[in-house]
Design a protein around this ligand. Sequence first.
Ligand code: BDR
Ligand code: CA
Length: 364
Amino acid sequence: MNAHPTPNSRPATPRPTPIRPMYLDCDTGVDDALALAFLLATPGIRLAGIGTVTGAVDAAVAAANTLNLLATAGRDDIPVAVGGFDPSAAARKTCVALHGTNGIGDVLLPRSRRRPVDESATELLIRLAHEHPGELEIIATGPLTNLAEALYLDPELPRLVRRVTVQGGAVFAPGNAGKFAEANIAANPEAAADVFAASWPVTLVPLDVTGTHRFKETDRRALAASTGLTQQALAHMLGTCFSYYEKHSSARRMSPHDCLAAAFATGDLEPEKMPTLRIGVDTSAGPRRGQTYFAKVDGPVDVDVRNGQNPHEARVLLSLRRDAAPSLLERILALAPVLSTAQEEAARVPEPAFATGLSESVAA
Ligand code: BDR
Ligand code: CA
């Protein structure tokens, strides 16, 4: 018997799974911050760049928050770019009450030494798409302003991008920026309509699914008990959101909308109901501005003959097989704690004094 296997009988050496490049477009935001922590802790992906957009806070403040969060997590390698323009301030009042005046629950993070890169968020997105043709995955957790502008500037973009996951919209659920519209779509409905019409594969993660999963006080306490400064900061941010919801629904809990969308984009959550639907957006000036509309796609795919596109069609995640909160929490807790000496000292400050313990540094 031949003791040496022939080349053909040799078991194939498993190829390493390629690292998936991702671009995050966000309006950092407490649940954007949770999404960022989740992505930083996720193996097999690489955040190639982050663009910020005006939504819960101005794009510049969102960039400062993002840079500070990255510094806290020891990830000064990821470029952060500021988005182009301010779409609408319509949704902001609730945002301040919910996310605090600085967007991250009024938590004062140690200030990053970095500044945003010189290119705009749109330029960064376009450059990354060309550097990773067919590979770049976009996760959008704010208004779709930057994505729409990028589509306008570079019509090639849909061909280059692998998938776009958008947190936004509401199918059967009521809106959260007024009765009808969800905040990210309400902030710039025209941009949303353009993004849904483009010929790239879109997955929409609406309030129907994000609103039924919640972080509770036990989750917040688990974060607060972590040795990582990022996790502790997130615990304080959740505290601000919990106080807001406690006033409105007498429950200390909150839906981590953006984090759930990010976790679905990475493949960490199993869908239960996810139909392919056509999406429309109300871009009128009326009371339903920003409302998303959905219609079934029946029979064979109805291709737009003019440009080969299949406009307004997307996978729409309506429900998950399991409660998402435990997986989100577990991943965020796994984010490697990075503590400088000063941070270690700050981390030992008892919980309520966290923000003031770091008061010499500001978030924006
Ligand atoms: C969305 O609105 C923002 O307040 C959140 O960060 C999330 O992106 C939820 O409707
Ligand atoms: Ca957001």
